[in-house]
Design a protein around this ligand. Structure first.
Ligand code: ADP
Ligand code: MG
Length: 232
């Protein structure tokens, strides 16, 4: 596959023939994937289908894992996991600005990010004083304050109750509309996929078996029969 610099600037993710395996067993099997800048993609699949393995590959967090293929991802990436992974010894605002240049400008950006996730009043809260949903909102602020070209999220709302999850869907779509990163969000929840995505990929046994655009203006149960068929 020929590439040149011009092409790379119009692509947020490009993977060709991506293969990953454990103990001689292929978990990702020859995956090709393109994500355009600013595209919101949900990767849907059953437990064990290889979603996290693919996300970790795109995050380049899989050093030492057997694999092959070609991968281009932007340097400016942010990753969110199911658990917020906040530093317990740092207050909410310090968790958001961690790793940024120290100084008032970064603190101001962090404050803005916290207010964008509706936690403007919780800058000085310790992680153990936050609910699960609040902690994930801090993790979202920590990701977005970096203005990543690519946001990777592995079942970010999987540990939250149903009502909090729906609230997070609305918030995430608002933040996405404001910041427009390319997004790859992993879930096993078909309803979450059709609620969030402009495009849904379905992974089965390490292969992308479905790749569909979703029309978010259609009624939810009428969005895409191919994707909805994956409901359990
Ligand atoms: P998903 O996120 O879709 O649930 P994973 O990507 O976590 O799936 O895992 C896919 C398969 O790869 C599973 O069979 C899992 O047991 C295996 N696997 C994942 N990570 C490892 C690892 N570090 N060592 C051995 N096997 C692994
Ligand atoms: Mg997983």
């Amino acid at each position: 596959m020929a590439t040149d610099a011009g092409e790379l600037t119009t692509t947020a993710v490009r993977a060709r023939g991506l293969t990953r395996g454990f103990d001689g067993h292929a978990v990702l099997d020859d995956v090709d994937l393109d994500i355009a800048p600013g595209e919101f993609v949900v990767l849907l699949g059953r437990s064990g289908s290889g979603k996290s393995t693919l996300l970790r590959a795109l995050a380049e967090l899989d050093d030492g894992v057997d694999g092959s293929g070609d991968l281009w991802v932007p340097d400016s990436r942010a990753v969110i996991f199911q658990d917020s992974r906040l530093l317990p010894w740092a207050r909410a605002l310090d968790n958001v600005v961690i790793g940024l240049d120290p100084g008032p400008a970064s603190l101001e950006r962090g404050r803005t990010a916290l207010s964008e996730v509706e936690l403007g009043g919780r800058e000085r809260a310790w992680p153990n004083e936050l609910s699960g949903g609040e902690a994930q909102r801090v993790a979202l602020a920590r990701a977005l304050v970096r203005e990543p070209a690519l946001l990777l999220a592995d079942e970010p709302f999987g540990a939250l109750d149903a009502l909090t999850r729906i609230r997070m869907h609305v918030l995430l779509r608002e933040l996405y509309d404001r910041h427009r990163p390319a997004v790859l969000l992993v879930t096993h929840d078909v309803d979450e996929a059709v609620a969030l995505a402009d495009r849904v990929l379905v992974l089965e046994a390490g292969r992308v078996v479905t790749d569909r655009r979703i029309d978010v203006d259609r009624p939810r149960d009428d969005r895409d029969p191919d994707v909805l068929a994956h409901r359990d």
